[in-house]
Design a protein around this ligand. Sequence first.
Ligand code: NAD
Length: 337
Amino acid sequence: RPMGYAIVGLGGYGLGVIIPQFANCVHSRLAAVVSGDAAKAKRVAAKHGLPDRSIYSYANFDRIRDNPDVDIVYVCLPNAMHAEYTIRAARAGKHVLCEKPMAVSVAECEAMIAACKRADRRLMIGYRCHFEPFNRAAMRLARRGAAGRVRYVRSEHGFVQGDPRAWRLKKAMAGGGSLMDMGVYSLQAARYMTGEEPVAVTARESTDRRDPRFAEVEDMIEWTLEFPSGALAGCQSMYSAGQNRILLMGDRGRIELEPATRYTGNRLWTGEDGREREITPPPGPGKTQFAGQLDHLARCAMTGSEPIVSGEEGLRDLRIIEAIYRSAREGRTIRLV
Ligand code: NAD
């Protein structure tokens, strides 16, 4: 039977984006909802034909242990709640899909990995670009040397964050500013386009602290990663302008995505200056990147295999994120190995 997912957090992403995607899945189905808003949970459950016993609050969430319909818990909560709900889900004997960023610290990531290991459950991070056809094609092209030897990656991600009251702008809930949101896409892209792990990072932040949105967290942050091959990645994220692009420069050409990591409508080019070619990749692995992601963890849960974007992958990013913040704070290059 398809694996049953419990969605924790019925917000913009959990309710607005993920729940409708079960219709595109082969190995996954919606089995429960977890919400602080009982009326909303009841409404969503009724719409999707879930029985009342498959509705949970944050207080009685641990009872999910006794629900055999639920195989996987998908944590779609604010960043600072990821660790707690991942660990509680693992203790309840469930596999976990946790949204990005994996957590707000390296220590939390390590505790999440340990909890899932102890419970012998799979842990995957919501890095949907690994299931997105344009990003997958760009990774394949880069690995195949379509642009030659990789010398430079540029990755910029941002959107305009308008509401100063949003949890994304509260340090305690978000763990940081734009880096903890769209910055994760820039960082991921630098790693999956080079196929290497960075050895050093140098970062600089620019935030107008008089802007009421940025009393607690950064607006713009820019960082350079150095890779063992000598390649560099210039990455950036911001909350005061919209941007979404990835560029790889090799010694024989370029691979370019813009928009790069949107839900739909991404575009990909490859070639040398003046001789660029737009590429339409084959679809898949799922009907959509979201369905591909949900079904991937479902298959891993069925077969016992490790997800391609595991907890360890999320932890690697948090280690670099902590070093980015430290570099910006201390005004020096931080070595990562
Ligand atoms: P959101 O604010 O729309 O939803 C958050 C949900 O958590 C809401 O239902 C809210 O009621 C609930 N919640 C419970 N306790 C809360 C508290 N103390 N404070 C605030 N909210 C509380 O946020 P979202 O956009 O759905 O983001 C949720 C997670 O998903 C974040 O970690 C975010 O980074 C991630 N996300 C990922 C993608 C992606 O493309 N992979 C896209 C959007 C969001």
